[in-house]
Design a protein around this ligand. Structure first.
Ligand code: BG6
Length: 482
């Protein structure tokens, strides 16, 4: 019944995927589920039930899953027999997600898989659906007796909810109320795939497993922190989504603020999910609000030229595709250390990184005073496309003179370890199966991060974002901010 995986026990279960025909399911979820199967990381007995409106049957769904995996994770399906066995676990229920009455068919499909020996009545629901559907699905699950608070249910119930979790503080609270009505907090997994990335998880390990960095990790030694989430492509086919969401809600409220919290948090008392999330939450609560005038001084929003001509985008759209923000964290560790964040679409490079720049030594013997910024010590944590940590320090340039040049010491995940890495969704699905919430967002974090983002959005309401050229560094005004 129960399988041990790296010391964690995995129960047999049924995975119910709402939005089984979504882009996310095709690009990320199916390849990750198959990788779990391939790596022997699924329990002995499991069933995957895809749910969506499309009139698939089990066979067409299996073909869809296969196509998705072949397209998005080429070379993964090598063993046809193994793949056929995997397909035997895939099922499909077509239903109108808004119609409570149709959920009984889902209940029937779930019950069909429950035998005494399979105990597939452990249910992991996954909402890969547009945010506006989440509350309807949860209410309908509850009505169909499939919610987590149903006292009659045997086995466990968990639900994974995709970002964006609500679209502002008010809607996030409403959603929390609805999800909380059907599931307890320890059954709710609010997913942000950045938290499943190896180099992001490594921030915790890098900071707290090494004695040499933590003593310097504060306002006495650090001059500034820069977080960059730059993409060299536009919104692709997601015009309608972007018009509803915009970059602040799509990337900053979740990925960006989670990176910031990982860098700025205090050491947790232990590695339990709540201990770590408590420390992150304290960072969010220490962020100086950027509303009204403070937003003008510390935030630049931009929109790439040509965005308004994208499919499903309004010709006079005010939606931002770029944001540059100067954060202030008002606590003892970080007071007066600016954290800069730049995130945007259609920029001149694709990179996600965090650069921590240290203060210059009190006296600069080895060059004119301004040369310090050229050799200042830095720790650069690159999350993608490379997965590296580089430390910059000054060293003597060979020759007669005593002058410094900056050099780098570099660690690269790909050359230092030979093991194949898990995909972020593979890792997070495994965590959800095993009941580990460490890398998932807690309700209070969702609310405090929305409160912060809402302040900025209100301050810029009705304003035209600064235009910037495609494949540039973003709007001119953003460089002035830094
Ligand atoms: C998603 C956003 O959450 O993250 C996308 O909706 C963004 O707009 C993507 O492109 C970035 O993820 P990654 O893993 O490619 O950096």
């Amino acid at each position: 019944m129960m399988q041990q995986m790296n010391g964690r026990s995995l129960d047999n279960f049924t995975f119910v995927l709402f939005g089984a025909n979504s882009d996310l399911a095709a690009r990320k979820l199916f390849p990750s589920i198959y990788k779990l199967a391939l790596w022997g990381q699924l329990p002995e007995k499991y069933r995957v039930i895809g749910v969506a409106r499309s009139p698939f049957d089990h066979e067409t769904f299996r073909s869809f899953v296969r196509e998705s995996i072949t397209l998005n994770s080429p070379g993964t399906v090598t063993d046809e027999e193994h793949f056929a066995r995997f397909c035997d676990n895939l099922f499909y229920v077509s239903l109108d997600l808004m119609e409570a009455g149709e959920y009984s068919r889902l209940g029937d499909e779930i019950r069909r898989g429950i035998t005494e020996e399979s105990s597939c009545n452990n249910l992991l629901f996954y909402l890969s659906t547009p945010p506006s559907l989440a509350s309807h699905i949860i209410e309908n699950l509850e009505k169909a007796g499939l919610g987590g608070r149903n006292p009659a249910c045997e086995g466990w119930r968990k639900i994974v909810v995709e970002k964006p979790y609500g679209h502002d503080l008010e809607s996030a609270r409403e959603l929390n109320c609805i999800v909380g009505g059907a599931f307890r907090e320890e059954q709710i997994y609010r997913i942000d795939h950045y938290l499943g990335k190896e180099p992001v998880q490594n921030i915790l390990v890098f900071r707290f497993s090494n004695g040499i960095f933590e003593p310097l990790w504060n306002r006495h030694y650090i001059d500034n922190v820069r977080i960059t989430i730059a993409e060299d492509f536009g919104i692709r086919e997601r015009g309608a989504f972007y018009e509803e969401v915009g970059l602040l809600r799509d990337v900053v409220q979740n990925h960006g603020l989670q990176l910031l919290a990982s860098i700025a948090m205090e050491p947790p008392v232990d590695l339990s999910a709540d201990a770590v999330r408590d420390e992150k939450e304290k960072v969010f609560r220490s962020l100086r609000p950027l509303s009204g005038e403070a937003s003008r001084e510390n935030v630049v929003l931009g929109q790439y030229e040509g965005y308004r001509q994208e499919k499903n985008v309004a010709p006079d759209s005010l939606v931002e595709t770029f944001a540059s923000i100067r954060f202030h964290i008002d606590n003892w560790r970080w007071k007066d250390v600016p954290f800069f964040m730049s995130a945007g679409k259609n920029l001149d490079r694709r990179v996600t990184e965090i650069v921590i720049t240290f203060k210059c030594p009190p006296q600069n013997f080895f060059g004119p005073p301004e040369s310090c910024s050229y050799t200042a010590n830095q720790i650069a944590i690159r999350i993608q496309p490379e997965e590296t940590i580089a430390i910059r320090f000054g060293t003597k340039r060979p020759g007669e003179e005593l002058v410094t040049d900056p050099v780098f010491m570099k660690f690269d995940y790909n050359t230092s370890f030979e093991t194949e890495k898990m995909t972020p969704y593979q890792r997070l699905l495994l965590d959800a199966m095993a009941g580990d919430q460490l890398h998932f967002i807690r309700q209070d974090q969702v609310e405090s991060s929305w409160a912060f983002i809402d302040g900025i959005r209100d301050a810029f309401a009705g304003e035209v974002p600064e235009p910037y050229a495609v494949r540039s560094a973003g709007p001119e005004a953003a460089s002035r901010l830094v």
